[in-house]
Design a protein around this ligand. Structure first.
Ligand code: CP
Ligand code: NVA
Length: 302
């Protein structure tokens, strides 16, 4: 594994290795066992969008691993003034040991990987959010003990989270049902891949998607960068909400996940959110452990 550019870069075995390592790092962290595998290593973190979890989990994760993380806002970098990503990649490769980037276009992390010579991690693009989905899989395994054979339901926009959950679920042997309005589907190539490699249901019917689900997930109706579409999106996604009616058809012990930030009474009711806050904030915590596992996997032997 050289980079983490999108969820489909990972094989099922690599996902399991990362989850096992994340569990181990979590155990060591919670028990005060030193795990400074990345002494002397530096991570650059380029942000072209806001972040709470991704920034803080990577930054504190690098510190706990004995390394150092630099926050690089695109407003301050020369990228913000038009320096090409290809040049930035070649320069930063000479200072840093890895780069995490949060941006709009999937092409940007891909270009950093092509022109740079150090591992590149996608900290969210419009297409993919692999770091989040690894934390989600870790959380599901913690609650259920295993992944294979579980049913995951995703309600809402066919966005970066939907794309990455589809790949993560199929590669770990879960079935996935996506409920989203027509016209707001996940990536077409990923849908085709999923149909050929596992069990994916795409439906406009939320209750059909959620029926007997072990895990119920959602995400915001309006992602970062889409703020101008927010009124139209509120209308399109009005009925795509996790509420008591939806939870009534899921399994009795179903867990609810939300990558956060959440918009109560939009994609999830405040009631369901609070009833499942334990899982949702365990999921947020697991960003730290999953991020550390990704960093160790990419950097420890280099
Ligand atoms: N879930 C997630 O990526 O959170 P941030 O946007 O706060 O990083
Ligand atoms: N789909 C959301 C995820 C935020 C973590 C976004 O891209 O804004």
């Amino acid at each position: 594994m050289k980079h983490l550019l999108k969820m489909s870069d990972l094989s099922g075995e690599e996902i399991t290795e990362i989850l096992n390592l994340a569990d181990q790092l979590k155990y060591e962290h919670l028990n005060g066992i030193p795990h400074d595998h990345l002494k002397g290593k530096t991570l650059g973190m380029i942000f072209e969008k806001s972040s709470t979890r991704t920034r803080v989990s990577f930054e504190s994760g690098m510190f706990q691993l004995g390394g150092y993380a630099l926050f690089l806002s695109s407003n301050d970098l020369q990228i913000g003034r038009g320096e090409p990503i290809e040049d930035t990649a070649r320069v930063l490769s000479r200072y840093l040991d890895a780069i995490m980037i949060r941006t709009f276009e999937q092409e940007k992390p891909e270009a950093l990987a092509k022109y740079g010579s150090i591992p590149i991690i996608n900290g969210l693009t419009d297409y993919s959010h692999p770091c989040q989905v690894l934390a989600d899989l870790m959380t599901i395994r913690e609650y259920k003990g295993y992944l294979k054979g579980l049913k995951l339901a995703y309600i809402g926009d066919g966005n970066n989270m939907a794309n990455s959950l589809i790949v993560g679920a199929i590669k770990t042997g879960m079935s996935i049902a996506v409920a989203c309005p027509n016209g707001w589907l996940p990536d077409a190539e990923l849908i085709e891949w999923a149909h050929n490699n596992g069990t994916l249901t795409i439906t406009e019917n939320i209750l059909e998607a959620t029926k007997d689900a072990d895990v119920v997930c959602t995400d915001v109706w309006t992602s970062m960068g889409q703020e101008g579409e927010s009124e139209g999106r509120k209308r399109a996604f009005h009925d795509y909400q996790i509420n008591d009616n939806v939870m009534a058809v899921a399994k009795d012990d179903a867990i609810v996940l939300h990558c956060l930030p959440a918009h109560r009474e939009e994609e999830i009711t405040a009631k369901v959110f609070e009833e499942h806050a334990k899982e949702i904030f365990d999921e947020a915590e697991n960003r730290l452990h999953a991020q550390k596992a990704i960093l160790v996997k990419l950097l420890a032997q280099k």
